[in-house]
Design a binder for this molecule. Structure first.
Ligand SMILES: Nc1nc2cc3nc(NCCc4ccc(C(=O)O)cc4)[nH]c3cc2c(=O)[nH]1
Length: 373
């Protein structure tokens, strides 16, 4: 089996669980946050730094690597692990979301999606078969089905047709998957904001008995409460003995709430993207270190953080680097933001172990957001 999930403990206070995900490139402790390395690099971080902060799995993107440098190049290099010198697990997203959010969308048909590259404008085509060919070439441990992520909001009829086609595409992915022995194909539950479509999608995917299930079509601009409400009735439909992956979610509050609702895996570009404009996540909430008020603040970014950035540099120094657009500044804020979320998930796992995740949530929310919700 390419990937095997081991349920270690069900939290007594919530729907959260402690688990271990065994993959060909190592074991992942869940619930887990996955740093995003879209172009075969987690921007400004080295693999050694990612290991130092205990990143156990990273994400990369079919769409981007298909466009540049091309999946054949990566395959000739020996696959993505070798190409980027990362010997721990990798998950690749299928391109479904990226085509709809990045490429200049041409046309969706039963066959697949015609679009223009956001780089060269060249006409390209992605289909379930093509997405499998690319991901089989990249060699990630976990690969995602080619799906359509419907926009929010979207009419019931549109979402119904899209979700039914996404299911037909998933069956084609399963058929076309060339490496089931060492790459686990996860399905993606869709259905928009419509409960009966979500329930139907979950039922169909579970019948395919896949090694893992993602909840897609969320974190696309819908209200926070709606995302949690959808998770509330979708996650329980997924098998307890398989990992559940909420795509594109990465704020501290959403990671904790998602874990409480039974989600095991998260990914988001948020921490790395906001770091590059000097916005950081600290134990006392968001802190925009480029702000003038930190000009003479010689204390650590986060007094409660023991990461490399917080142990060695001051807010004044970080502000100076970010203002001067010094690359080292981006590296230091990125390192801290990733460390913050990875450490948050470590504390979440600890809280599940001690059956006190709801208490942990309240304590965290008070410190980070200054409110209980
Ligand atoms: N295959 C597939 N992939 C997905 C990726 C997603 N990513 C999101 N949300 C990301 C939201 C997002 C985007 C940008 C930033 C930032 O720049 O900070 C933060 C969050 N929702 C997503 C849904 C899907 C989906 O259904 N199917």
């Amino acid at each position: 089996m390419a990937v095997r999930y081991e349920l270690l403990k069900q939290c007594k206070q919530s729907g959260a669980r402690l688990g271990r995900l065994h993959t060909p490139h190592g074991v992942i402790e869940t619930p887990i946050f996955m740093p995003v390395g879209t172009l075969a690099t987690v921007k400004t971080m080295s693999p050694e730094e990612l290991k130092e902060m205990d990143a156990q799995i990273i994400l990369s993107n079919t769409y981007h690597l298909f466009i540049r440098p091309g999946h054949e190049i990566v395959k000739e290099a020996g696959g993505l692990h070798k190409f980027m010198n990362w010997d721990r697990p990798i998950l690749t997203d299928s391109g479904g979301f990226q085509v709809f959010s990045l490429g200049d969308l041409r046309k969706i048909t039963e066959e697949g999606v015609q679009f223009r590259s956001h780089l060269s404008g060249e006409k390209l085509f992605l289909s379930p078969e093509k997405a499998m060919e690319i991901q089989n070439a990249l060699g990630a441990d976990i690969i995602m089905a080619f799906d359509e992520c419907p926009p929010y909001p979207a009419e019931y009829e549109y979402v119904k047709n899209s979700t039914e086609r996404t299911y037909r595409w998933l069956k084609r992915c399963k058929e076309a998957h060339g490496r089931p022995e060492d790459q686990a194909l996860f399905g993606i539950v869709q259905g928009g904001e419509y409960r009966e479509l979500r329930e139907e999608s979950a039922r169909q995917l579970v019948d395919l008995d896949l090694p893992g299930y993602a909840v897609g079509g969320l974190s696309v601009g819908e209200p926070h409460e709606m995302m949690f409400e959808i998770l509330g009735y979708t996650t329980p439909l997924l098998p307890k003995d398989k990992p559940r992956y909420l795509m594109g979610v990465g704020s501290p509050e959403a990671l904790i709430e998602g874990a409480i609702l039974g989600i095991d895996m998260f990914d988001c570009v948020l921490p790395t993207r906001i770091a590059r404009n000097g916005t950081t996540m600290t134990s006392e909430g968001r802190l925009v270190v480029r702000n003038a008020k930190f000009t003479r603040d010689f204390g650590p970014l986060d007094p409660n953080c023991d990461c490399y950035t917080c142990r060695n540099y001051s807010r004044a120094y970080l502000r100076h680097l970010i203002k001067a657009d010094e690359t080292f500044g981006l590296r230091l804020t990125t390192y801290h933001n990733l460390y913050f979320l990875l450490n948050l998930m470590h504390q979440v796992r600890q809280a599940i172990m001690e059956d006190r995740l709801l208490d942990f949530r309240d304590e965290f929310m008070m410190k980070y957001y200054g409110t209980l919700n």
